[in-house]
Design a binder for this molecule. Sequence first.
Ligand SMILES: Nc1ncnc2c1ncn2[C@@H]1O[C@H](COP(=O)(O)OP(=O)(O)OP(=O)(O)O)[C@@H](O)[C@H]1O
Ligand SMILES: [Mg+2]
Length: 332
Amino acid sequence: MSRAVSVASLSKSYGRLKALDNISFEVDEREIFGFLGPNGAGKTTAIKIMLGLTRPDKGHVEIFGIDVQSKPDRARENIGYVSQNLSLSNEITGYENLLISAKLYGVPSSIRKSRITEIMDLLGIQDRANDLVKKYSGGMMRRLEIGAALVHRPRLLILDEPTIGLDPQVRLVVRELLRRLVDEFGITIFLTTHDMGEADELCEKIAIINSGKIGVVDTPTNLKRSVGGDSIQFETKAPEKALSILTGKFGDTKPIAKNNTISMIVNSAETALPLLINTLTRAGVIVDAIHSHRPTLDDVFLKYAGSRLTDVEREGDYSHVKQVRRTFRRMR
Ligand SMILES: Nc1ncnc2c1ncn2[C@@H]1O[C@H](COP(=O)(O)OP(=O)(O)OP(=O)(O)O)[C@@H](O)[C@H]1O
Ligand SMILES: [Mg+2]
């Protein structure tokens, strides 16, 4: 298996802010690799450096063995890029959008038409080629955006938050398309997401990224296994007191509190639960509700990033993307 992406010791600061702090990872050919992290983690910054659009302060990137800093054009010939924001023109047809993209990606004029037909067939929207994009459904638009990044037959597709702001059924359509691109065409995919379910289902490998640092890189199964125990959550009206009593007593991860909910990882829920309730009750802390489950990626995130992804996530920050997409659909 050869290497599609090789990122070594990359750092990038904006003033005092370390957007990326010495990150390294490798993506093998024909795999779906996901960057899982909250707002401001550094995901888009990493992509811009991989595309040769932003210069890192330190470190380097190779795309199929081509150094991005010294040969950005040659590296980019191999990459299709789907940005975080909407990139289609809705007042022209799907065909015309792909034509613009083919020109931008430097597809020779003699093969542009056949290449666009090929993409339309792949996306299953050939009968809508000459309709204005504003008449497309959300799923068709998103497929077209992905198709627009494939016109030059790249070996690597980079997608920044490919399913953000989409309805659940459209998310599914996008995931199926990405899986097909790998299975049928041998494309390598690098994507960013803040959606744990998506990372878990779609990615062969995941890097957990938070505040510019990669906590760990591994397969979803290994990551969940590495949490090595059970996850416990309980409700109490005295979270601070509960935290001080429990810290250091169960497992090696620190319990964390969000409002009145305490989350923690223990070696075995079966043995820890009675002990935990006993310890808290003796200290006068009343436990209102308690439950345990096998580790999820959220627990993995807690272990390697020191917080829950759902806590650091600020859904509101995506409202502009959702708004654009909604407006886009209303204009049909
Ligand atoms: N051009 C810039 N100038 C100053 N600060 C920047 C710039 N680009 C990014 N940042 C900052 O760097 C940090 C990382 O930003 P980045 O866009 O890479 O995060 P992200 O993981 O893509 O977040 P999101 O999920 O919101 O898209 C953020 O704190 C951001 O404000
Ligand atoms: Mg981003």
